[in-house]
Design a protein around this ligand. Structure first.
Ligand SMILES: [Zn+2]
Length: 174
């Protein structure tokens, strides 16, 4: 099972928090995306994930939308700067960072499978948060929710050349 930051891993009585986790109240929570690893001998629990190193606020990242929850979306990205490491990693997009102004749901702005250009807003032990609110940020390649083909961006609309589906996104201005 994949854990995401904030997921409860276990009670503090069971295991002490190790790498990739933090303690709050009576529980241990995941601080990164990854899988749970328990060490029964040492009575510690950690989360094995991909590290988050070297990224800083303001960096541009390109990634793919992996999952969309109510208030946050999970994006897997490759850092553009090779000095930041070749490994792909995960970042989070809060719904408040999807556009300027209020957005009720992600539905009209991003969908699973889309390719996105985002800017790092915050790097913390709990993960990387990005924004796509600015004009030059957003979806650069929308994936059709019907047939998974790449859609063409035509003004305010995205049009699927394969099935003819039309959808909306928060697209990046060129
Ligand atoms: Zn389609």
């Amino acid at each position: 099972m994949t854990l995401v930051p904030g997921d409860e891993v276990c009670g503090i009585e069971e295991f002490a928090p190790a790498e990739g986790t933090y303690e709050e109240g009576d529980f241990v929570y995941a601080s990164i995306v990854g899988t749970k690893s328990e060490n029964a001998q040492k009575r510690i629990v950690g989360v094995n994930g991909r590290g988050v190193r070297g990224l800083a606020r303001g960096d541009i990242v390109y990634g793919k939308v992996m999952d969309v929850y109510d208030a946050v979306a999970l994006i897997q990205f490759e850092a553009v700067n090779p000095h930041l490491g070749a490994h792909s990693t995960y970042c989070y997009l809060r719904i408040s960072e999807v556009r300027r102004g209020y957005a009720e749901t992600f539905r009209e702005y991003i969908r699973i499978g889309d390719m996105v250009r985002a800017r790092v807003k915050e790097v913390s032990p709990l993960g990387i948060h990005v924004t796509i609110a600015d004009r030059e940020l957003g979806i650069i390649k929308p994936a059709c929710t019907r047939c998974r083909s790449w859609m063409e961006i035509k003004g305010d609309e995205c049009v699927c050349p394969v099935c003819g589906n039309r959808e909306r996104r928060k697209t990046a201005e060129k």
